[in-house]
Design a protein around this ligand. Sequence first.
Ligand code: 9MR
Ligand code: ZN
Length: 559
Amino acid sequence: ESSAASDVYKRQALRFGKEVFMKKAAIFTDLIGYETIGRKTAVLTSQAQDFTLNDINGNSVFAGKVTHFGVDKLSGDDVYIADFSGFEDEGEYYITADNGAVSERFFIGKSVHSKVLDDMTKAFYYLRCGCGLDEKHAGKFSHGRCHTEPAMLWDDHSVSLDVSGGWHDAGDYGRYVTAGACALAHLLYAYEMFPRTFDRQNINIPESGGVLPDILAECKVELDWLLKMQRADGAVYHKATTAHHAAFIMPEEDTAQMYVLPISSMATADHAAVCALAARIYKKFEEEYSAKLLSAAEKSAQWLINNPDFYFDNPKECKTGIYGEDSDKDNRFWAWSELFTATGNEKYHDLMKTALKDSFPITALGYGSVGGLGALGYMLYSGSKDAALSDTFKKAFSDEAHRLKTIADSCGYGAAMDEKSYCWGSSMNLMKHAMIFAISDKICGERKFYDYAAQQLHVLLGLNALGFSYVSGEGENSMKNPHMRPTAADGIDECIPGLVSGGPNRYPSDEAARKLIKKNTPPMKCYADDVGAYSLNEITIYWNSPAVFTAAYIIDSEE
Ligand code: 9MR
Ligand code: ZN
């Protein structure tokens, strides 16, 4: 090794929190790397004039001037930018500047983020409930079957149901319908829009090598569970959880009574939507399964027609996640849109248009606001539709992308995040915004947004004010201590890879976080890789899913 390279190693040994490295000599990059195409930038937080991109033998391969961006409000950093977009040769590199600053090593290459994509997809397998994880597929993270006992109806303890299966939602062992539907939608749309990226994926799950691409096999686990959450009359139960969150024990040790909580109109609508969406996607692989999904969706739809009012009952004595919403208008719109695109039935088209008379955000892609998911399906639909309406949706996505672009341009790190985006689960906002850019490129034909989408992934993976990768196992300085029961209880040092942390939260709301985050810390730095800090460092299925979508889009774009 040359001395320059070993110097990088020394710096790599200085981890997160080491002030000397962080403050004086940092050059932040995506810790994984950059695609050969598009914008490539690194951020310095110290003044410099010139920078050099070096190969791992210390040979300079590209040199450029550092530009001064100025003080970045949401990180508090005085930001300098090294732009090496002009360099496209594949390889492993690091950056140095004339002030002595050095970056970590990273790669430039085609499909450079494909391992990240695979790990983030495989993360869903690690969250599977009921089936147990065997050693062949989970390695040292294997564990026994969990949560398989019959669950009691919260409202009627004489009724027991089998609601085993699906994915654990997050760091807790609850399973929640609206959260699951949202995560599924991101993954299914990712497959629909970027199939070739997934068709060649092998993430070593029990179904790998079968008829379904791995991502669809994995989604089927959650879909099967969603089917079990439907009541005979079509309504869908809101969640299946114990009465309280379990202690930090392995899932198979959590043997407290499982309950099925009351139905909600949001859960029913999201169920209708995602089952209809899935029916469309699985059709070419498994006709029968697709038909089963569609009939479940239509059953939910019938309940929605018969029950036009908002319905949500959150029993106070149940202390698990609430996933409350104030309105189900957007959920219903999503359901009608998906049912229309799955069936081509005009009845659903009419219902969808009627639902649009209510106002709700039409580009929202989250678990609590799902209008954008309905609009996305409609825009992608190739059958006969209302072209003017489709154009309205396209314009809304394009407008939103332009709004986010302005925010990204005003951030030294290029993050499309305003102050309020740094809330609980900010990584989801970051990735949802990447999805808006991606959709505006793919559907509205605005290619310029590719760089903006890629930038958000770079931010997630280290090009941020902490030089930190919010995805476990990805990059030298990455999340290791999520607020997640199995990773804390398994006695294994290493964290399950591919998990997306909630990320910086300017309103830390748990005790651990409040102790760790000093007052007046800039939003982008309100983070700690601490197992106790659930409002900063939990993981969830719907924080992973938009990251899967984004990474797939970026990999797909390069080909
Ligand atoms: O992701 C949810 C976040 O947006 C909310 O602010 C927070 C508080 O209501 O709840 C989060 O959802 C949690 C859920 O209720 C239970 N499973 C873990 C989720 C992530 O923390
Ligand atoms: Zn379980």
